[in-house]
Design a protein around this ligand. Sequence first.
Ligand code: PLP
Length: 418
Amino acid sequence: MPTSIVETDIAKLDAADPLAGFRKQFELPAGLVYLDGNSLGALPTRTSARTAQVLATEWGERLIRSWNISGWMEMPTRLGDKIGRIIGAAAGQVISADSTSINVYKTMAAALAMRPERRVILSTEDNFPTDLYMIQGLMQQLGDRHTLKLVDGEHIAEYITDEVAAVTLTHVNYKTGRMYDMPGITAKAHQHGALTMWDLAHSAGALPVHLDDCMADFAVGCGYKYLNGGPGAPAFLYVATRHQNSFSQPLSGWLGHAAPFAFTNDYAPADGIGRYMCGTPPVLSMSALECGVDMMIEADMQRIRAKSLALTDLYIQLINESCARHFGHEGLQLATPTQRETRGSQVSWQHPQGYAIMQALISLGVVGDFRAPDIIRFGVTPLYTSYADIWRAAQTLCQVLDQRLWDQPQFQQRKKVT
Ligand SMILES: *Cc1c(COP(=O)(O)O)cnc(C)c1O
């Protein structure tokens, strides 16, 4: 890392940034430093025009005919193939559908059905709650025959044994930004005959993912985070081709049927990834998501990763240089790995006053978020985060700590969404 950084260096970094042109393709409020794109991505300018067209022409004028003439019916697979390009999946293995939570259910049901003699589901204590909740619901549906074993992520590989049916991990931890070794853990799982299910909520669009190369079995992920699909955007799921016809998932809705418009009374799953569909795709939301995904494809994922690492390195370095007096057990502690290989695209700090610190930051125009009990999170989205944003975020965090701005009653009031 370079020694002491000054503001003029920051301007040079932004001037030399090959991704800088993308920022003006987003609607970002002037003066705001937005570091929450890992929770809700920013609005791409093209999305407004495209959704207006879908409303006025495709829905308003063409009405029901649009299912055939506006490409509505193909949206889940068309969008899935595009997302596949971002996560290293060849065509025909990804669909856009439902929510991440529902996709956890469908893919885990498939994984467990494919290992009927095994009873252990292995995951980590720090996994995202909805993944664990959905698995608990599934286990109940299956007659409480399985055990969900939650272990310390540092040592996950040691717990993979021949009893394990499926290993399920969130690739990049939502709180700390720590990234798991997808190739290594997948290989270890396969040595023991276990299947893997990866949650890519904080990976898709954030960093290069190579599902096919890793021989991953199943994956799920979000559309509204790094893919900039809009609030509640449809999610996606991946099933490797070799597994697609092994099992038909339990949410056997008509659009996963081999011939939905035959209207027969018995379910017969479609061949391939199509059987992971359930009901009618949300066309309006999907057309918005497609804009975000198209933009991500136009930007090279290697460039996104290089800039993401440079931005997170910079943030850590700036805080180390200017805020060191606030470090300590009762003060600020870095929660994100300093090693680049295990870092996602965010920087998180722990602080006992984390909630109020974040509220103070937001009041000063630096938007990140808070995750209980004590994590402040700053997501880095290289398509629209600039080096100057990171500079201002670091300056403002120091100001909040130096001036104890968090210690004001209006910042201590907990809101519903943190
Ligand atoms: C954001 C997130 C989800 C969200 O799931 P929804 O069904 O979209 O609410 C799931 N898993 C992880 C790891 C997440 O970070």
